[in-house]
Design a protein. Structure first.
Length: 245
């Protein structure tokens, strides 16, 4: 209540801790995600703040936010009854309607990653189409606010991560025989596929650029091998996955 009284806004966002544990419950790595303190009380200042939050991978969650109840009621927004990404869809509804925002540096929430214990380790048939939708929503918003040039790098990094997470799901127990081929075709059919990957190559680190070049090569065996490596790292080497991600 003291925080809300001191920093009145439609939405208050805090940082959080990314905690990775092994099978025995031992903490392997703790990453703190925060962009510092900021008050954005003008509708003109909010889009750039949302870009910073998106770049830091902080915006899409609900558990690091305090929402103004009357504002939520006025907008009439709601959660979608879906098994994947309801947090992100809920927050995406606010892009155009958010007129004031407060960002705090504290990281009170701890998001715990445990092997085989979360949705991130389960096969999802609609993973890629859903994340294409997220990027499309972001693209339209930042373009409308003359921020597309800066946002392109952010969305390109997101896309690279989404692409390999989707492809490595072909090695999950719940995946079908043709999962890899299906997900690869989904990537190729996405209208922003080439532009986003080329942005990765020229604007991001060499390691991420290499992963993007692999996808652009259209060399199926090489792409499948790299996807398998991502699968192994994601499920067996959590420390390395944290830094890679």
């Amino acid at each position: 209540k003291a925080t809300v009284d001191k920093y009145p806004a439609d939405l208050i966002v805090t940082g959080f801790c990314d905690d990775y544990y092994d099978d025995k419950g031992n903490l392997l790595v703790r990453g703190r995600k925060s962009i510092g303190t900021g008050q954005f009380l003008s509708i003109d200042d909010v889009p750039a703040a949302l870009l910073a939050l998106t770049q830091a991978n902080i915006y899409q969650f609900i558990w690091n936010k305090i929402y103004k109840r009357t504002w939520i009621q006025e907008l009439g927004v709601h959660f979608y009854t879906i098994s994947l990404g309801e947090d992100a869809l809920f927050n995406l509804q606010f892009y155009q309607e958010l007129h004031s925002l407060t960002v705090l540096p504290q990281t009170p929430y701890h998001y715990c990653h445990r092997p085989r214990a979360s949705l991130s380790t389960q096969y999802m048939d609609d993973f890629l189409p859903f994340h294409f939708h997220i990027i499309n929503q972001e693209w339209d918003f930042f373009k409308a606010n003359d921020l597309l040039k800066d946002a392109l790098v952010v969305m390109a990094e997101q896309y690279l991560r989404f692409a390999y997470i989707g492809l490595q799901m072909s090695f999950y127990a719940g995946g079908k025989v043709d999962t890899f081929a299906r997900n690869y075709q989904l990537l190729l059919s996405y209208d922003k596929h080439k532009e986003l990957l080329e942005t990765v190559c020229f604007k991001l680190s060499a390691s991420k650029g290499l992963l993007a070049l692999v996808l652009l090569s259209n060399h199926l065996m090489l792409i499948k091998f790299c996807s398998w490596l991502v699968y192994i790292i994601k499920h067996r080497y959590l420390k390395l996955w944290y830094w890679l991600k």
